[in-house]
Ligand binder design. Structure first.
Ligand SMILES: [Fe+2]
Length: 224
């Protein structure tokens, strides 16, 4: 057998390097689009302590009230999958977010911006057989994180708590083309994972209002 470490076997060594390189290219070509799990992020201080009266998938209306939440309506849909791309059915998804003014309905929020009595602020849903979920909400406002410096804000985001069959993920979803994303201390920490937490624009389906914006965001749990 030839010894690739000997100078006389240079051609064999080059062949070996070429085959390793081509195997690596093949591995990349076969890589699953779901191989990168959604990164976890801080839960933050504003998870609802008191359970709201309403927690359905439509955050733009509160049960028993006639009004509608202020702000740009967002239809957010997506799929929960495992690292092999298989749907995770019956995953429990909880979302919470600030209103259009950047204010959470939470006693710990010191933002002086007003509450919106018609905004639900929290929702729950269980994924279907295909791992799909959908929420109707509004785009949250950015909010100050430091009362001394009101220019220091967090960009619009929605908090997620996802419980699959095996994994539990607490994370945050961001909006596309937001200049504040790259300035955000939590978003910056994600490095290469940043692209995995930004929703993508999607086409409205017939059951969505024309003036709503449809965003899609898939969530990848390592083991489902
Ligand atoms: Fe937040």
């Amino acid at each position: 057998m030839s010894d690739p470490t000997k100078p006389g076997d240079k051609r064999t060594t080059l062949k070996l390097i070429a085959s390793v390189a081509s195997l690596s290219v093949l591995a990349q070509a076969k890589a699953s689009p779901f191989e990168h799990s959604t990164p976890s992020q801080t839960m933050g201080p504003f998870f609802p302590v008191a359970r709201p009266l309403d927690s359905d998938m439509d955050l733009t209306q509160v049960k028993g009230k006639d009004g509608v939440a202020k702000g740009q309506v967002i239809e957010l849909s997506g799929q929960v999958v495992n690292s092999e791309g298989k749907p995770v059915a019956n995953a429990v998804i909880k979302v919470w977010q600030a209103n259009v003014n950047g204010r959470y309905d939470h006693k710990g929020d010191i933002n002086p911006a007003p509450l919106d009595p018609n905004f639900q602020g929290y929702g729950e849903q269980i994924t279907d057989e295909q791992g799909r979920y959908r929420f109707k909400t509004i785009k949250p406002g950015a909010y100050p994180i430091n009362p001394v410096n009101p220019d220091n804000v967090r960009p619009p985001h929605i908090h997620f708590d996802v419980a699959g069959k095996v994994d539990r993920l607490v994370t945050q979803m961001y909006f596309p083309d937001e200049p504040g994303n790259k300035e955000d201390i939590i978003f910056k920490r994600l490095g290469d994972g940043q692209k995995l937490v930004v929703a993508s624009p999607a086409k409205n389906s017939p059951d969505m209002a024309k003036d709503s914006i449809h965003l899609n965001w898939n969530i990848v749990l390592p083991h489902g």
